[in-house]
Write a protein of this length. Sequence first.
Length: 161
Amino acid sequence: MTDIVGHRYSMDATEMSEVLTSQDEELARILDYLDTEVGDYVVIVTADHGHTPSTTTSGAWPIDPGQLREDVDDAFGVPGDEDLLERNSPVGFFVDPDVAAEVSASYDAIANFLDSYTLAENAGGDIPAEYVNRSEQRVYEAAWPADGFQRVLDCAAKRPK
C-alpha cells in the first residue's frame, strides 16, 4: 500500500502518514503474535524503493515524461510512429537502438541533448508562474551514455577533495 500511496500522493502526504501508521500497527500485532506463539523467529522487512516529497514541498520541477519523449524525438527527427526513448525512469533512459540507428542518433548526442534540456523546454511553452525565474535551469544535473560511466568515475576520482 505504501508504494501505491507514494506514487499517487507523495511521501509527505497525509495519506502516506496514515498508511505508515497502519502498517506499523499491523507489524506490532504480527510481532506480538510471533512472541506469544512462536518465540524464536527472524523477521526481515524489505522495500523496493523510497519516495520523494511532492514538488510543492521540495520546489522541484515535475518532469513531464511525455513532453520529454516528444522533444527528444523532434530533436533527432524521429518519425511520428516511433520513439527514440523506449522508456524513461528514475534510474535512466532506455534508448531504442534500432530507432537510434535509423535517425543516426549517437548515445553521446542523446546524452548531450538531455544534459542541456531546460525546464522551459519540458514545460512545452507553458511554464507555470512559480518556475518562470528558473525557466532556463537544466532539468538534469548531468547526463552521459552508459559506456561513459567509467569516464565519469575517473573524473570524480581526480577531483580535489
